[in-house]
Write a protein that binds this ligand. Structure first.
Ligand SMILES: Nc1nc2c(c(=O)[nH]1)N[C@H]1C(S)=C(S)[C@@H](COP(=O)(O)O)O[C@H]1N2
Ligand SMILES: [Mo]
Length: 368
């Protein structure tokens, strides 16, 4: 293949792997497996192309061409990304500096995308028609794409055949953890939310926004009429299937009298962490107060959390205090989930309900 064709194919592979990698973090339903498969194929395309690329540039890089160092750094990062990705999906459980392979994979992936972008700004040459024309070019390109697409399922088959632990991973790459154990699964925050425990007697769940009768429910009024088995799959790399109990969001919306103009439902935590779902999907979600027959532990979001089947863990808002009906989505939520840990409640200060009770004693503070 021509030099420019190789380079642009590499850029395509990195771009594809980056986009599908980000996208895969939101994929929670098994029918979205193909997003992860595309991610794998993009990454393996990069791995395949590194061979001709390094053969070509190695003689220039190694002696002394500082301008080529970004390129060298890209190659090193690409090797690290592919190695950590393949090792994680094969079942690797290496932990380095407190971070496991998937964390490193994501970190290296961001770094690779940034460095390749800089490298292209500095050195990319435009693709000419001649770089793509001709049977040889077309053939090698087709072989490459087919090879990358075939390698991903082959890797899966090899992992299964060798009986590696990765064979038991979910399609997202997450590893199974303590199914049906009540509160016995890991406590996780998206960044570092750690509010102090709520006083269940003071806690209220507000249902408001585009509704006929805004509600403020205590635990008894919320009740626990509904039960549901659902899988919490954290982008940090574990998943757990549990039996959740509480009240269907749809029932709450009916009690509040949803306005016909409502199209989105926003779920808000005491910390300011929030996420929204389209109305129909929100109706099928659960406000859970119990897991496996036990009341939710504080770390898992007591008194109540959202259980959103088919959505990744970060959507399952913990320490829920408000459900708001809206007529539009909420672009600010992306910022909110990354900054909620800086809010007073997110840092473990203040009361859950500022107008009830005094300031908390230091002994009331919790650590997640
Ligand atoms: N309020 C709030 N809810 C949150 C988070 C958070 O940081 N703050 N983290 C989310 C993430 S990333 C995951 S994976 C799940 C983890 O739930 P668990 O701690 O019960 O395992 O909660 C979600 N809900
Ligand atoms: Mo998560």
């Amino acid at each position: 293949m021509r030099a420019r064709t190789t380079d642009w194919a590499l850029a395509l592979g990195v771009g594809l792997a980056f986009a599908t990698g980000l996208w895969s973090l939101t994929a929670g339903r098994p029918d979205q497996w193909w997003i992860v498969a595309l991610h794998g194929a993009g990454g393996l395309l990069v791995a395949l192309l590194l061979v001709p690329k390094l053969r070509r540039v190695w003689p220039r890089v190694w002696p002394r061409e500082p301008r080529a160092w970004l390129g060298l750094l890209s190659s090193v990062l690409a090797l690290l990304v592919v190695a950590t990705g393949v090792a994680w999906t094969a079942g690797g459980s290496l932990v380095l500096l407190g971070y496991h392979l998937l964390n490193w994979h994501i970190l290296f992936g961001y770094a690779l995308t940034a460095v390749v972008s800089l490298h292209m700004l500095a050195r990319a040459r435009p693709l000419r028609r001649a770089d793509l024309a001709g049977r040889r070019q077309a053939l090698s390109m087709a072989l490459l794409l087919a090879g990358a697409a075939a390698l991903w399922p082959l890797k899966g088959a090899a992992v299964a055949w060798l009986g590696l632990p990765g064979a038991r991973r979910r399609f997202t790459g997450s590893r199974a953890w303590a199914h049906f154990t009540g509160n016995g699964f890991p406590v996780v925050s998206w960044v570092a939310d750690r509010p102090r425990p709520a006083d269940p007697a003071l806690w209220r769940l507000r249902v408001d926004g585009l509704v006929a009768h805004p509600l403020a429910l205590d635990l008894a009024a919320l009740g626990r009429p509904d039960e549901l088995d659902a899988t919490l799959d954290c982008t940090g790399g574990f998943y757990t299937t549990q039996r959740w109990a509480g009240c269907r969001v749809g029932a709450l919306l009916d009690r509040a009298g949803a306005d016909p103009s409502a199209t989105w439902v926003r779920f808000v935590s005491v910390t300011g962490y929030r996420w929204s779902l389209p109305l129909q999907q929100a109706r099928d979600a659960l406000v859970a107060t119990h897991v496996g027959g036990e009341p939710l532990a504080h770390g898992h979001g007591a008194p109540a959390r959202l259980v959103a089947p088919g959505e990744r863990g970060f959507v399952w808002v913990k320490w829920l205090t408000r459900i708001e009906l809206r007529d539009q989505p909420d672009p600010g939520q992306l910022l909110a989930i990354n900054t909620s840990w800086l809010s007073p409640a997110g840092r473990g200060e203040g009361t859950w309900l500022p107008d009830e009770g005094g300031p908390p004693g230091p002994e009331d503070r919790s650590r997640l």
